[in-house]
Ligand binder design. Structure first.
Ligand SMILES: *Cc1c(COP(=O)(O)O)cnc(C)c1O
Length: 456
């Protein structure tokens, strides 16, 4: 029988050259613990097979096992993946990938001291809020702007600062759940604003808002139906009329716009996602939208609108609690500059993906299908991230027929980098639209490897 005594001691194992190097890289304690765990597991294995003795592995094999265990131990849980799902703003996969300039800005600002809250003119304290404000005003036509952690936080801030203990009038058609645990009525309750529902789920008229206004009213609120669509017998009060009514009665009009596009989505054959500029133009006092949806930047809750209201928000204690860090400002400012220079379609990954040509997608799908022995199929990419629900963009997919599609997807997820694909009609599908520059070779190799294992 392979004797447990033939196993090297942990001290002996630690003497092996690779383990010496790993101790330098990962620290002695972690390597020691990992080596012990590998030896313990092996002892248990050998004991378990007592009547059919297994040979004691050679030192090389032990070293390899420790190496694999160390790699697993130090593998970050937050890792890049290849998104071959065709869902452009995939919330579970981190929403918008950043432009090269935004990535570089994060590296530059993250690794050095910066002017985050420092005024170079007078050498005194500056405001972090300044870093994106001018660009946001220039791009949206608003008087002022403020950025917080995300759009949900922005709504909490707006409602807490401007409607606490007072009424906010909202259409029953706008009592929506955005995703996760984020529901508009609950956010309102959290902020201490009192919800007054008007109209019905499918129809709300301007007169419904007017009739509900009382001395306790602070705000009329509009929530863009970004992640669902109502069709049929529906009616919504026009935004401009809501703003006008609010102003007539000394109230403010706030809009949760959700995705917050700065460019027209209709140019790609999609329907028109309302833009931030249009809301500002319509007279909305504060417009709230996300930084990492159609804007294509870092996570952020952007608030643009009237100067005196934004000034009130900046002074509220919650603004401090919800503030954005220097990396967020670095990436946001770089992203906004693409729009300012008219380069968003070319530089912002979300817009590059939206605007990829059918021919480019067809060529890529064909390359992949050829490499894998698959076929190409016409398909549809989706926008995702609660933007343009039900709308799709035509694409070409590479499709594979494998005996167990679910198991195959799981194998692709184990690859480094993990590959995320989808299944439809028993086929595994890969959409070139969301595979970024520089990821194609890794994708082709990863799928090839998974196919070889499948056939082995
Ligand atoms: C996505 C979305 C939000 C939440 O935005 P986050 O930036 O994820 O907090 C709020 N409202 C609407 C209408 C949305 O679409």
């Amino acid at each position: 029988m392979a004797s447990l005594r033939d196993l090297p001691s942990v001290d002996k194992l630690l003497q092996a050259a690779p383990l010496q190097a790993w101790q330098a890289a990962y620290g002695r304690a972690g390597v020691l613990e990992t080596a012990r765990a590998v030896l313990d597991a092996l002892r248990a294995e050998l004991r378990h097979n007592g009547t059919h003795p297994l040979p004691v592995p050679a030192l090389d094999e032990l070293v390899a096992r420790v190496g694999a265990a160390l790699e697993a131990r130090f593998r970050p849980s937050l890792r890049p993946v290849i998104n071959a799902t065709g869902v452009i703003i995939h919330t579970n996969l981190g929403r918008a990938p950043l432009s090269l300039a935004a990535q570089q800005a994060i590296v530059a600002i993250g690794g050095q001291y910066s002017t985050l809250e420092f005024d170079l003119e007078d050498g005194k304290r500056g405001s972090r809020y300044a870093h994106a404000e001018a660009a946001l005003c220039e791009l949206t036509g608003a008087e002022a702007a403020l950025v917080v952690n995300n759009a949900a936080a922005a709504l909490v801030l707006v409602l807490s600062a401007l409607a606490q203990g007072r009424q906010v009038i909202l259409s029953r058609g706008h009592l929506v759940e955005i995703g996760g645990a984020f529901r508009v009525p609950e956010i309102m309750a959290q902020s201490g604003a009192l919800l007054v529902e008007v109209g019905t789920t499918n129809r709300t008229r301007i007169g419904d808002y007017a009739a509900a206004i009382s001395p306790q009213t602070a705000m009329l609120m509009h929530v863009h139906s970004s992640n669902f669509r109502m069709i049929g017998f529906t009616e919504e009060a026009p935004l401009g009329e809501m703003a006008a009514l609010a102003h007539e009665r000394g109230l403010i009009c706030v809009q949760d716009l959700g995705s917050g596009a700065l460019l027209d989505t209709a140019q790609f054959g999609l329907s028109h996602e309302p833009t931030v500029q249009e809301s500002v133009q319509a007279g909305v006092d504060l417009v709230v939208f996300s930084g990492d949806k159609l804007l294509g930047g870092p996570q952020g809750g952007i608030i643009v609108g009237r100067r005196e209201l934004v000034a009130q928000l900046k002074k509220h204690p919650l603004a401090r609690a919800l503030r954005v860090d220097k990396l967020g400002y670095a990436a946001l400012a770089a992203t906004l500059d693409h729009y300012r220079c008219g380069q968003a379609l070319a530089q912002v990954p979300v817009w590059r993906m939206l605007s990829r040509s059918l021919d480019e997608l067809l060529q890529a799908a064909r390359r992949w299908a050829d490499a894998w022995g698959g076929i190409i199929l016409p398909g549809q990419s989706t926008i995702g991230g609660g933007s343009l629900p039900g709308e799709t963009l035509p694409t070409t997919l590479a499709a594979l027929h494998v005996p167990k599609p679910d198991a195959f997807l799981a194998r692709l997820r184990q690859h480094e980098p993990p590959i995320i694909a989808r299944i439809q009609d028993e086929r595994v599908l890969f959409d070139p639209r969301t595979v970024l520059d520089g990821q194609e070779d890794g994708l082709i190799e990863g799928v090839k490897l998974a196919l070889e294992r499948e056939r082995a």
